[in-house]
Every structure is written in structure tokens, then in C-alpha cells.
Design a protein around this ligand. Structure first.
Ligand SMILES: *Cc1c(COP(=O)(O)O)cnc(C)c1O
Length: 379
């Protein structure tokens, strides 16, 4: 059937009707007074979402562009950094550092296992000459459905005193508590197609005073990605280059919706959806890839050897998109996204279809146990 496609992947995520309508309105001039008012409102609401007084900058890039900008504006060639790697995205940030000639030390754990904060503590304490300029952490590692312990790692970064903490919050911002000012997070990157409930195309970066100080001595060449330009323009409720105007209309509407729901409610909703998905998977005899105490609230990774058959049936019979495994996990896991504009109904429907799919594929489990467990978790 046409127009019934359901995105249950960790980005792009579904877009509310109100936002689709805003996206479909006629563009206006980006140097007009009317657009300036929209930027002012968006900037205030982005600060609210980030729980910060810091500048939050919007760039016409995907999440990766936001991360790259977040590194090349505050570091210099030859700087030493620690990068946490326990999945595809952590690995990507290490690769970016390497491409730019940054001395990159990877602190790793297996995909599916959270990073060990004590390893960061050891490395940071050993650095008595204060050579480590930044610690780069993927808060919610989407490729494995793991939530890393950013709060504890950040405490060790603060004890070090010199290093910046640079965070990929692409699938934690708007899904989990990321109190930027309370924790003193220096650079926090995110992208529009995840918790923001709008299509891809915008990247966001919050920047602390400490990071702006590092910006003054950072030596990488940059032009379009020069965050100083965005800061200057932001102060005048403007943008240095032409922004994706219609996406900004959508963002304005989406942020208003998020404000009406409230931060606490947003976090609670994501936690409930996570609990329901995990309970259902377990009840149906599937094994969870990430441990309970380090589960991403954006995506649940499930381990099973027929992951691709499950995804194919879910897509062909029920028009529900699930994500597959990446790299060495291809075919070994599938991932259920529950990020952004997702409700209890969406999860119960997905679990119901998954139940039917597993039955068709010959899985042996108690009938209806998945939906029962999901519904019980959502009471
Ligand atoms: C989606 C995602 C990104 C950004 O990917 P883009 O395709 O560049 O938008 C970065 N980090 C994580 C953890 C993600 O889930």
C-alpha cells in the first residue's frame, strides 16, 4: 500500500505532520527581518534543548560534518587526543582525527560493550605534562545500541583540567539527558534527522567558553566550516551563508513541539520505548546486544543469525524499516530505532509485526509474548 512506510531506524526518523507542512511552505529571504526572528527563536530553543547558555550553531551539514567542524575548530595538527571507539561512529571520529594529522589514541571496547571510564582515567592521570588536548566520545553509539558513560568519563576529563570534551550526541540529544552546562561539555555535535524530528541536512554544535578559547589558537585551515563565522552571525540572528530555509521552518515547528512535550517527558518517553522493546525482544527469545545498564534510548540492537531475513520480511510484508548491522555485524544483528517522533503505538505495532515475522521464519517462542511484554512495560 502506498504511503504507509514506517521508519523504525535510528535516523532518518519519522517527521510529524505539522513539521511536514512547515517544510512545504514557500521560502523567504534569509536576510529578511522575518527570517531573523525565526533564527532568534530557534537559537533560544536550541539552547533550551541543550540545557546550556552556550552558543549553539547550526550548519548545513549532516552529523558527521558537525563532528568534523567540532574538531578542526578547536584542535591543531599534531595535537594528542583520546578517542573512545566501540562502534562505527567512534571509529569514524578516530579516522577524522587521523586524516587531519592529529595524534590519535584509541580507547576501545568491543561493539556492544560500553567504554570503560577507568581506561580514560588512567590515560588522563598519566598525562602529567597535559599533552592531551581533547577526549572524543560517542555518547550513544548507534551502531551497537550502546550508551557510553559520558558523565563519568567527563569527570576524569575535568580532573585532567586541560583537555576539551568533544561529544557526539547525535542519538542522545533529545533522547537522553545531556545537560551541557551542568556537566561542562565543551563541544556537543548533533544532527537534524535524529532526535530533532526533521529531515537530514542540519548539523548542530554547542561550544563552551573553554572551547572558544582553544579556537583562538587552533591552526587548521577552514572557511565554510569556520565556526567563528557562525558565532558572529548568530549574535545578529543571522547565518554566514544561505541556510536550508525550509528545514529551518521545520526546525522551528519541531522545537516548539518538543517544548510543549517538555524535556523530562521526552527522556521518559524514550526510556519507556527502550524498556518495552528490550522486554519484548527478550520475551520472544531474542538476545539483546547491549547490556541493560548501557542501553541506548535511541536504538535497540538485537542479535540473531537471521537478522537480514527478519528485516526483509518486516519491510516486504509490513512496510516497516529496521536497521541492519554494520561492518562485521552485518547479518548478525538488526536494530530497532525508537528515536524522535515515536510513540507507544509505534513500538507495539512494530513488536506485533516482529512477532508475526518471527513465527513465519520458524522461531520458537510463546505466542503473543512480545506484545504482552511490550504492553506491560508501557503501562
Ligand atoms: C547518525 C549518526 C551520526 C551522523 O551521521 P550522518 O550520516 O553524518 O548524519 C553521527 N553519530 C552517530 C552516533 C549517529 O547515529
Amino acid at each position: 500500500m502506498e504511503d504507509k512506510h514506517m521508519l523504525m531506524i535510528p535516523g532518518p526518523t519519522p517527521v510529524p505532520e505539522k513539521v511536514l507542512k512547515a517544510l512545504g511552505t514557500h521560502p523567504i529571504g534569509h536576510r529578511s527581518g522575518d527570517f531573523s526572528k525565526i533564527i532568534a527563536e530557534i537559537n533560544d530553543n536550541l539552547k533550551w534543548l541543550h540545557q546550556t547558555k552556550n552558543e549553539v550553531l547550526s550548519l548545513n551539514v549532516s552529523g558527521t560534518g558537525a563532528m568534523e567542524a567540532g574538531m578542526i575548530n578547536f584542535l591543531s595538527p599534531g595535537d594528542r587526543v583520546l578517542v573512545g571507539v566501540n562502534g562505527k561512529f567512534g571509529d569514524r571520529w578516530a579516522q577524522i582525527c587521523e586524516v587531519f594529522g592529529i595524534q590519535t589514541e584509541r580507547i576501545t571496547s568491543d561493539w556492544g560493550t560500553p567504554l570503560d571510564p577507568e581506561e580514560f582515567k588512567t590515560a588522563l592521570e598519566a598525562d602529567t605534562n597535559k599533552e592531551i588536548k581533547a577526549v572524543v566520545i560517542t555518547h550513544s553509539e548507534t551502531s551497537a545500541g550502546v550508551l557510553n558513560d559520558l558523565e563519568t568519563i567527563n569527570k576524569y576529563v575535568k580532573a585532567h583540567g586541560e583537555a576539551l570534551i568533544i561529544v557526539d550526541a547525535v542519538t542522545s540529544l533529545g533522547a537522553y539527558n545531556v545537560p551541557v552546562d551542568d556537566w561542562g561539555l565543551d563541544v556537543v555535535a548533533s544532527g537534524s534527522q535524529k532526535g530533532y524530528m526533521i529531515p537530514p541536512g542540519l548539523g548542530f554544535i554547542s561550544v563552551s567558553d573553554k572551547a572558544w578559547k582553544a579556537y583562538e589558537t587552533s591552526k587548521f585551515p577552514r572557511f565554510y566550516m569556520d565556526l567563528g563565522k557562525y558565532k558572529k552571525a548568530n549574535a545578529k540572528n543571522s547565518t554566514p551563508f544561505t541556510p536550508p530555509i525550509n528545514l529551518m521552518f521545520g526546525l522551528q515547528t519541531a522545537l516548539q513541539m518538543m517544548q510543549r512535550e517538555g524535556l523530562e517527558n521526552i527522556f521518559t518517553r524514550h526510556q519507556r520505548l527502550t524498556n518495552a522493546t528490550r522486554a519484548a525482544a527478550t520475551a520472544m527469545g531474542l538476545s539483546l546486544f547491549a547490556p541493560d545498564d548501557a542501553a541506548s534510548t535511541a536504538v535497540t540492537a538485537i542479535r540473531t543469525d537471521d537478522a537480514e531475513a527478519i528485516r526483509t520480511t518486516m519491510r516486504q510484508k509490513y512496510d516497516i524499516a529496521l536497521a541492519g548491522g554494520q561492518d562485521h555485524l552485518k547479518g548478525k544483528i538488526f536494530r530497532v530505532g525508537h528515536l524522535g517522533f515515536i510513540s507507544d503505538r509505534d513500538v507495539i505495532m512494530t513488536i506485533g509485526c516482529l512477532e508475526a515475522t518471527l513465527t513465519e521464519l520458524g522461531h520458537d517462542f510463546e505466542p503473543k509474548s512480545g506484545t504482552k511484554a511490550a504492553a506491560a512495560a508501557l503501562v
